[in-house]
Design a protein around this ligand. Structure first.
Ligand code: ATR
Length: 283
């Protein structure tokens, strides 16, 4: 693939910091938009080892780099390297979007935004306050989604995780609207749920299958899987087969990219089918 429509010596430079970074889809997303909008810019992968990530990030202003996305395992390091952070980054103690402004490092976390935007795109009439949500998993993605759903007004969030200490820790951090449920009892938590979200890696290509009995899930409840390889996970296929609206994880990846692109390159980019197809072609 070509990097962009052709950038010059005046190009705005941004990128993504990960370790490893070679599997990241973000260059494909941002360089598609750069080409689409005819912007003189470039978005490159930066392999930043976690041991030296803070030092490297502190050098962004000196290097004239406009900003970066940050992915595993550097999000918590990036948080520590910032001069200022937004409320999401503060809440999650993790940064996925860095913007350099007048030599100052600003950190944001757009994962909750990406999740909520993709949910609203898929189901515009979805209301966070309509009823309980069930979340499978208690890792970094789960924490961002819990923060987003609580902010949007979810009345109760039930979290089932294989390791109960991690779901208990989310309850301790986010409060009593978060209710841990035993992993073995996850199917029983679905009774009055309006939304089920899988944030575990189960069902991902190369990972074990997610075993989830949907029998108790109301027919109108939404099922969201943050996994996007494959796009149609067995969980989503099972949801669709019984008539539940199903949302794949690609939308979260695409929407979380929007705020950074807007800040670095000055254009609010659109997530559309052409972008989805472009990213899907490389999955
Ligand atoms: P991320 O930050 O991307 O959310 P993570 O912190 O590695 O990733 O979390 C992965 C999630 O998948 C966790 O909830 C993990 O459960 P544990 O906390 O018990 O490790 C869950 N997960 C991974 N493999 C699993 C398996 N075989 N069975 C059940 N849950 C699993």
């Amino acid at each position: 693939m070509t990097l962009s429509g052709g950038f010059t010596g005046a190009a705005i430079v941004a990128g993504i910091a990960g370790w490893p970074v070679k599997h990241s889809r973000s260059p494909r997303i941002h360089n598609y938009w750069l080409q689409q909008y005819g912007i003189d810019g470039v978005y490159v992968p930066f392999a930043l080892a976690p041991e030296t990530a803070i030092e490297a990030i502190r050098l962004l202003p000196a290097l004239g780099i406009r900003g970066m996305n940050v992915t595993v395992p550097n999000k918590e390091k990036a948080y520590k390297a910032m001069d200022e952070v937004d409320r999401w980054a503060e809440r999650l103690k993790a940064v996925n979007t860095i913007v350099v402004r007048d030599g100052v490092l600003h950190g944001a976390n757009t994962d909750a935004f990406g999740f909520l935007e993709s949910l609203r795109e898929a189901q515009p009439d979805w209301q966070a306050d309509a009823g309980p949500v069930v979340i499978l998993g208690a890792g970094g993605a789960s924490r961002a989604i819990v923060a987003g759903l609580l902010d949007a007004g979810a009345p109760e969030i039930r979290i089932a995780n294989r390791t109960p200490e991690r779901s208990d820790a989310i309850r301790d951090e986010f409060g009593s609207l978060v209710r841990p449920v035993p992993w073995e009892r996850r199917a029983d938590a679905l009774g009055d749920a309006t939304l089920l979200v899988n944030t575990t890696s189960l069902g991902m290509e190369g990972q074990p299958a997610l075993e989830m009995d949907l029998a108790k899930l109301p027919a109108t409840s939404m099922v969201y899987d943050i996994v996007y390889v494959p796009l149609e996970t067995p969980l989503l296929a099972a949801a669709r087969a019984r008539g539940n609206p199903a949302v794949d994880g690609l939308g979260m990846l695409l929407h979380q990219a929007r705020p950074g692109f807007r800040e670095w390159f000055g254009t609010d980019p659109v997530v559309d089918q052409a972008l989805r197809d472009h990213v899907l072609a490389a999955l």
